[in-house]
Design a protein around this ligand. Sequence first.
Ligand SMILES: [Zn+2]
Length: 518
Amino acid sequence: MLTKYESVIGLEIHVQLKTKSKMFCSCDNSGENQPPNTTICPICLGHPGVLPVINRQAIEWGILAGLALNGDIAENTHFDRKSYFYPDLPKGYQISQFSDPIVNGGRLEIEGRFDGKNWEKKTINLERIHLEEDAAKLIHSPTGETFVDYNRGGTPLMEIVTKPDFRAPEEAKVFLQELRLIMRYLGISDADMEKGHLRCDANISLREAGSDKLNPKTEIKNINSFRSVERALAFEIKWQTDLWNEGKPITVQSTRGWDEAKQKTVDQRTKEEAHDYRYFPEPDLPPVRIMNNELGIKENEINLNSIKHKLRELPQAKRKRFMEEYGFDAGDAHILTEDRDFSYFMEQILSELRAWLESKGEPEGTNEEIWNANKKRLSKLAANWLINRFLKILGDQNKNIHTANVTPENFAEFLTFFEQKKINSTTAQALLEQMIESGRSPAQIIEEKGMAQVGDESIISDAVEKVISDNPKVADDYKSGKIQAAKFLFGLVMRDLKGKADPQAVQKVLEEKLGSLQ
Ligand SMILES: [Zn+2]
């Protein structure tokens, strides 16, 4: 839609890190699955006289995220106290980072709109990434009481702040989805929005298209799903556009909350005065040095090189490689890389298929040439069965790639049977279901259940003749060109052969006996 206004959107994202222990104490960091107020200690409850200790793992993961998001890793970083009073914060201050965040800048290229073939590329720049401790969880009962669960208090949180580079709600959603995938690939967070592992606040303002002015913005809080991000922003854009059209755009910054039930943003009363958090360096924690060598690594020093080695292939790079190396189209490459383990599974299958091709000993060409001549077709075959059938059956059987019990070797073998026409697609579907159910190899199942395809033309021919002599009237209809009759006879032959015949072979024999309908 053409509009004279442009939306200017920035995001603040909190990511829960799944370290073993909390940010500054040794309490278990799996408190969300434990009874309330059981994973707590004097440190995370803020008792007087206790001393916090920095969780090295959290620092390393913050750096890892910074590297993955192309940020500048600080050489020196430290924690600050952010003072405010609220029941979810027993110390009266939160340990966070203010002046020297662990990561400055950064960027992530997202794929915006899909034109059917490719995604439009767009770079979103980051302001910073910093680490902090989470506050406790307030639970409001329907009868108006409020309970506090301190299990979440003191758990490690990473805050990612973007520049106001988004111009459409859809871009914000795509960015968050990509970010979730990166966190999962890095193995540092489950990044599940519905469970609060990934939380997002969005700020938005409008301006006249072509202007580079930043107008007072609205901050939208309480967005807890990808869908809500898009909807909340779309709602807010409409609301602000109406105000602009009435000639009274917002003049003061405000905070609004997303009401999921009403599908609208609602005003949240904010304090009149600006926040004064009285940030100052946390006196109980030493500054952290991040260095490029291992010499003199002390308690508060981190070796950057060793973290760089832990950086694995990220989803975007993998998608690109999948398209170049195997010839997948953009859509398939996307689906296949949506889960790191699933993408490994796919690659192992392809490598098995390649080994199988090579072992067949094709007369023409080198191994490389044989693979190149077949890879696109085999990759497509594998992707079709994985995406359209395998995932669906997993869903139906309430399983995932780990509990399915199907090895890449077995899956590849299954595909070679199909490729060699030893089974038809109906049988293949049943076979795959049984493989997932039993964890057995396709060869074993085919052998036991007699599933192998009837390829012998004399058997097919006998079956066709029998069906024709049993149904002379339908055979006459066929001869006079009735398509329904052809389908009926075909179905009878397939039933006779228990669905195990190659459909093309049956069609061919029928046409030989009764003539072609074309
Ligand atoms: Zn604790």
